[in-house]
Design a protein around this ligand. Structure first.
Ligand SMILES: [Zn+2]
Ligand SMILES: [Zn+2]
Length: 109
C-alpha cells in the first residue's frame, strides 16, 4: 500500500515517508492548501478547522500535535490514511487533489 502527497502527487511507501516529505517541502505555505485562506501559521489554522480535509492536512503537518482527544486522533488517522492511500478511496483523494491543485497558482515554494 502506498500514499500520495496531496500537493505534488509524489508517491510514498509509508505514511511516515509522506509526512517527512510534506513537512520538508510543503510546510512554508502562506495560504492554506485546503481553503485557500491566507495564514500566518498553518499549524494553528488547521487545528481550528473541523472538516476532514483540514484534519488530514493537520495529520500530515504535525501528526495532530496539540490534540488531546485520543478517540478523535485515532479517527483522523484513519481518515487520513484512507484519503491519501492510492486506489481504494479515489473519490476522497481526488477531492483533496482538486482543492489543492485548484489553488496551486497562489503558492510560493
Ligand atoms: Zn509533495
Ligand atoms: Zn484552511
Amino acid at each position: 500500500m502506498g500514499f500520495n502527497c496531496p500537493v505534488c502527487g509524489k508517491a510514498f511507501g509509508s505514511m511516515t515517508g509522506l509526512r517527512k516529505h510534506f513537512r520538508k517541502n510543503h510546510s512554508n505555505l502562506d495560504r492554506c492548501p485546503v481553503c485557500n485562506k491566507k495564514v500566518n501559521n498553518l499549524a494553528k489554522h488547521v487545528m481550528r478547522m473541523k472538516d476532514e480535509d483540514h484534519q488530514v492536512l493537520w495529520y500530515l503537518y504535525n501528526n495532530l500535535r496539540g490534540l488531546r482527544n485520543k478517540e478523535l486522533k485515532t479517527r483522523i488517522r484513519m481518515i487520513a490514511k484512507e484519503k491519501l492511500s492510492r486506489g481504494s478511496t479515489e473519490v476522497h483523494f481526488k477531492s483533496i487533489i482538486f482543492s489543492f491543485s485548484n489553488n496551486f497558482a497562489h503558492f510560493k515554494f
